[in-house]
Ligand binder design. Structure first.
Ligand SMILES: Cc1cc2nc3c(=O)[nH]c(=O)nc-3n(C[C@H](O)[C@H](O)[C@H](O)COP(=O)(O)O)c2cc1C
Length: 241
């Protein structure tokens, strides 16, 4: 029996699951994947459980577009073309401030993450625009993951719908991890949302929230060495007694 299918392991063919604490502690954004497929039943099981997420008055405003095979290849090609032409669009909702408009402590954390991803992990200098673009481009292939998800939310649900969709996203990510799978949420698709909308025939009432890469991590790949840090609880919590 291979280690991947040993009964004490999570992963392909195994029924073992990580508990919530284990899934949360080992979750990270993975940016290099093995070509190993993820069975459709596994994706359906993850989505069925994720649908238990709380939402405003149980409106369940989310929708998921699952992209694999030729559909994924075609979408990637179209996005690469749009990227090469720098055919960017303003995201459908204000995902983040202009890079110069961040203030502390978020500004420094954001810079540190960029340095860790591009510098320590990829060895790409800040001045190496071509090197950075070459990595950024990988976003649009879902970093080589066999499954890409595009998460949308019904526009009429407004900001509450984005909260619900965020909770739904986290459920997907943790349920995947519990099964030995890895993920990377991806806002990068928002810059080219008309291309995604056209290819996946996303109805007008659905607003794109983000993409998500889903698959088995390529542990040998340098990109998957990145481990991000967190503030201690005291840094972001106020106990009122
Ligand atoms: C909504 C959302 C969008 C994100 N978009 C991207 C993205 O487009 N590309 C990317 O490489 N990582 C993206 N990330 C991953 C973050 O960079 C990552 O979560 C953060 O640096 C913390 O690292 P960790 O997830 O490994 O703990 C996104 C994360 C979230 C929650």
């Amino acid at each position: 029996m291979s280690t991947a299918t040993a009964p004490d392991r999570v992963g392909p063919g195994s029924r073992r699951r990580l508990d919530v604490d284990e899934a949360m502690a080992t979750r990270r954004s993975v940016r290099a994947y093995l070509p190993r497929p993820v069975p459709r039943e596994d994706v359906e099981e993850i989505l069925a459980l994720a649908a238990r997420t709380a939402s405003n008055s149980n409106t369940q405003p989310w929708h998921v577009h699952v992209v694999t095979g030729a559909a994924k290849r075609d979408l990637t090609e179209a996005l690469w073309e749009a990227l090469a032409a720098d055919d960017r669009t303003t995201p459908e909702y204000p995902y983040q401030p202009d890079p110069d408009d961040w203030s502390e402590p978020l500004r420094s954390r954001r810079r540190r993450f960029g340095e860790e991803l591009y510098g320590s992990t990829l060895g790409v200098e800040a001045s190496d625009t071509a090197g950075r673009l070459a990595h950024h481009r990988r976003n649009y292939a879902f970093f080589g993951a066999p499954v890409g998800l595009v998460l949308t939310v019904d526009r009429q649900a407004l900001g509450g719908g984005l909260v619900d969709a965020g909770a739904f996203l986290q459920a997907i990510v943790l349920l995947a991890r519990a099964r030995g799978l890895d993920t990377c949420p991806q806002a990068s698709f928002l810059d080219f949302h008309p291309v995604v909308r056209r290819h996946l025939r996303i109805p007008a009432e659905q607003m794109m929230v983000c993409g998500v890469a889903l698959g088995y991590a390529d542990e040998e790949h340098a990109l998957d060495d990145l481990r991000t840090e967190r503030e201690p609880v005291a840094g972001f919590t106020t106990f009122h007694v």
